[in-house]
Design a protein around this ligand. Structure first.
Ligand code: SAH
Length: 390
């Protein structure tokens, strides 16, 4: 009797794996097979003015860089290409010399989204899987809702020890593996393989404290902390500490490159202003919160971005770091409302009202204006970039 071929589905039953490995595999499958914009919407999809003001931000920053003849304009995770199309149009109108200097490079791993980007953008785009293959030279980089999709590790404080979360058959299990024991120095006698059975994966994410300043008290009798690049309040028992190693690597790579070749990177995403413990892993399936561990590849998995840790990593590599500053005031300083108003005056009443409502949605504190932040990593000699003035 002929044997059945192995199941070909990329997310077929899988042995136990660390949360970040699970998340990387799940998101690669998700972005390769789904239209993410059926499950969530993003600022550039809400209003054209978002991409336009970021295009003008890039033009102003290019001036501050000394107007190099050629500049790489790079976007990480460009989605449908909407932000970049809007940015290029605004740059062509307001700053044609900047537009003429641009060489366009996109960092995107999904073939499906690369095709959408090609359709939305002019010819001559170069695609890359990672930052590592970008050519040298001055650079301006934009990344909106890119870092939140990168895989995180989660550590849980259990008494005097830290466990790390793994995923097995749709559930969390925690272990003190040999590797995490190396990363997290443990008290004598606790360096052993321990596996805790753990309950169901969460159906929705629990929001960590948003914007609460990091508590300054650090207990001397605390357990040894996970390798976190930034001071973080000591988590309470059973609290979760997250670590996004790829995001920290990207911050360091950008900082090194921008310090050597000049330029600036503008990162917009959601997360607290100060590093804080909390479980922020969330999944959206069919536009609704879902269990992040079930049906991997069928939902978008994200986590809050630790901006303070990124800024610390960038400064440690010699770059300047500006912000994080909340998205609302940032976009307002860049002229979000003036530009929306000017555009609205040329539109029929319904379209005009929609433009103003979209601007409010991006900027109001209880909507996207406060949880979303802007961070700029830049050459250390560049002046404070537009939007980051105090
Ligand atoms: N910036 C867009 C899209 C956000 S969705 C917007 O604001 O609308 C996340 C984007 O990042 C998608 O384009 C996705 O394919 C891409 N992406 C996710 N993980 C990636 C990775 N590891 N490397 C490169 N691109 C990735």
């Amino acid at each position: 009797m002929a044997t059945q071929p192995m199941a070909a589905h990329p997310m077929a039953a899988h042995p136990i794996e660390r949360l970040d490995h699970f998340m990387a595999r799940a998101n690669a499958a998700y972005y390769a097979t789904h239209d993410p914009f059926a499950d969530f919407t993003t600022s550039p999809e809400i209003t054209q003015v978002f991409g336009e003001v970021l295009g003008l931000w890039a033009a102003v920053t290019w001036e501050a860089m000394g107007r190099p003849d050629r500049v790489l304009l790079v976007e990480c995770g460009p989605g449908r290409g909407t932000l970049m199309a809007d940015a290029l149009r605004a740059a062509a109108q307001a700053a044609p010399a900047f537009r003429a200097a641009i060489q366009l490079h996109l960092i995107e791993t999904s073939p499906r989204l690369r095709a959408a980007q090609a359709a939305a953008l002019p010819a001559g785009v170069a695609w890359h899987d990672t930052l590592d293959t970008l050519p040298p030279g001055p650079m301006l980089l934009l990344a909106n809702e890119f870092l939140d999709a990168l895989p995180i590790r989660q550590f849980v404080r259990r008494g005097p020890e830290w466990t790390e979360r793994f995923v097995q058959e749709g559930q969390f299990v925690e272990k003190l593996s040999n590797e995490s024991a190396q990363l997290l120095p443990l008290p004598p006698g606790s360096n052993r393989e321990t596996v805790y059975g753990w309950g169901e994966g969460k159906a929705t994410r629990t929001q960590p404290e948003i914007d609460s300043p990091a508590r300054s008290s650090r207990s001397d009798v605390s357990p040894s902390s996970p390798p976190h690049p930034n001071p973080v309040p000591v988590p309470e028992q059973e609290q979760v500490l997250e670590l996004c190693e790829p995001a920290l690597t990207i911050a360091t790579t950008l900082a090194t490159r921008l310090t050597r070749h000049n330029g600036a990177a503008l990162i917009l995403d959601y997360g607290p202003a100060h590093s804080a413990p909390g479980d922020s892993l969330q999944a959206l399936r069919n536009g609704r919160p879902a269990n992040p561990l079930s049906d991997p590849g069928d939902a978008d998995l994200t986590a809050h971005v630790d901006f303070a840790a990124l800024a610390a990593a960038a400064r440690a590599a010699g770059a300047g770091a500006h912000g994080p500053t909340p998205q609302g005031p940032f976009l307002a300083r860049l002229g979000l409302f003036q530009r929306s108003g000017r555009l609205a005056r040329t539109q029929p009443p319904a379209k005009a009202a929609a433009l103003m409502q979209a601007a409010q949605r991006l900027a109001e504190p209880d909507r996207m204006g406060r949880l979303f932040k802007a961070l700029c990593i830049a050459h250390p000699d560049l002046p404070t970039p537009a939007g980051f003035e105090l």
